[in-house]
Design a protein around this ligand. Structure first.
Ligand SMILES: NC(=O)c1ccc[n+]([C@@H]2O[C@H](COP(=O)([O-])OP(=O)(O)OC[C@H]3O[C@@H](n4cnc5c(N)ncnc54)[C@H](OP(=O)(O)O)[C@@H]3O)[C@@H](O)[C@H]2O)c1
Length: 334
């Protein structure tokens, strides 16, 4: 029997820009699915660094997106809008959303949802979309990583990093990563990284060069920016690619641009959240084809750090800002 849908729900609101405690449980109307959309009874929601930036007032939701934080969910389809063909009531889905994930109900276009991979519960399923969509696009589409190439990902123990290490390995790359502690480096190696460099103790440029006979990395995925920009140019191989997905240490840098020219480097970047539903649907199709089988076989899987109940979203943000986490932090909405 179909679940009765209430008119109001609990959602986490950003009461004003600020620290984790500005996240407060409030009541919101349950959203109605528009044409092509699913209404999902959220069971779990992933927490991502962009949610922290949004809470701080540095990353406003794109036009038309919910002001409730949360970019990824898992749950059950409880209603469908006109013209929905891909999912039926009661199906378990995981979905990438442009906002609204920290809530009991959330709408998503059916093309941005995927079936929960076989053998996965709601917690793990909610930890998949944001990092797998981001890594697929930036590493494999934009970055064009090929089997046999050398890949360097900074922030290897992050949600993004743990996904990037596993996918790059699964597709045959040799993986270098950087992380800020011995424990984090150990976790990265367990996930398949060939070399994890504790950047507090070792210069990553030297380490990458040493292990590649001086050649450098064919592709670098960077979320740090700042002085890493110039150092990435040094660590990159001839004809290397660098894909920028964030600037945690600053977006302004002084760099010797001659290196771009002499080494024929390509430096690009992208953000996922503001892209169109159609664009995200394209990534969803590629993931279902190329990555869902790997998830089902557990050749790759999200790494769960901690789970908090929805009303303790502030604790989840504290954990993320504390920077000790390895992998994903998830909210239990059940
Ligand atoms: N462009 C896009 O489409 C897109 C999509 C999703 C996420 N992102 C970005 O990707 C990054 C990772 O996201 P996530 O959710 O995986 O976050 P996360 O788990 O919190 O990871 C952040 C990582 O960055 C490292 N780091 C280096 N310098 C830092 C600094 N100054 N402040 C904080 N951390 C620093 C930390 O590792 P150490 O402790 O080892 O330094 C940490 O592992 C974020 O910047 C996020 O905004 C971009």
């Amino acid at each position: 029997m179909a679940e009765e849908i209430p008119t109001v729900m609990t959602a986490i609101e950003i009461s004003s820009p600020g620290g984790p405690r500005v996240l407060k449980a409030g009541e919101r109307p349950v959203p109605a699915p528009k044409s092509g959309e699913l209404l999902v009874r959220v069971r779990s929601a992933g927490v991502n660094r962009p949610d922290v930036l949004q809470r701080q007032g540095h990353y406003p939701p794109p036009q038309g997106a919910s002001d409730i934080p949360g970019l990824e969910i898992s749950g059950d389809v409880v209603a469908t809008g006109e013209g929905v063909t891909r999912f039926r009531l009661g199906e378990r889905v995981t979905a990438l959303v442009a906002g609204g994930g920290y809530a009991q109900y959330c709408t998503v276009h059916e093309s941005n949802a995927l079936p929960i991979p076989a053998g996965y519960g709601y917690i793990e399923a909610a930890a998949i979309p944001e990092t797998f969509f981001t890594v697929w696009h930036n590493v494999f589409e934009r970055g064009a990583l090929q089997s046999g190439e050398t890949f360097l990902v900074h922030g290897g123990s992050s949600g993004i990093g743990t996904t990037a290490i596993q996918l790059a390995k699964a597709f045959g790359a040799s993986v270098f990563t950087t992380a800020g502690s011995g424990d984090k480096c150990e976790a990265c190696v367990k996930l398949g990284a060939d070399h994890a460099i504790n950047y507090r103790e070792e210069d990553f440029v030297e380490a990458v060069k040493r292990h590649t006979d001086g050649k450098g990395a064919n592709l670098i995925l960077d979320m740090v920016g700042g002085d890493y920009i110039d150092r990435n140019y040094d660590a990159a191989a001839i004809d290397g690619r660098i894909v920028q997905i964030a600037f945690l240490n600053g977006a302004k840098a002084t760099t010797d641009m001659t290196k771009l020219m002499v080494k024929r480097l390509q430096h690009t970047g992208s953000t996922l959240r503001a892209r169109t539903i159609e664009f995200k649907a394209g990534i969803a199709r590629e993931l279902e084809l190329n990555v869902w089988p790997l998830l089902a076989e557990r050749k790759v899987a999200p790494v769960i750090d901690m789970v908090y109940p929805l009303h303790e979203a502030w604790r989840a943000h504290e954990r993320m800002e504390d920077g000790q986490h390895i992998g994903k932090i998830v909210l239990d909405v059940s």
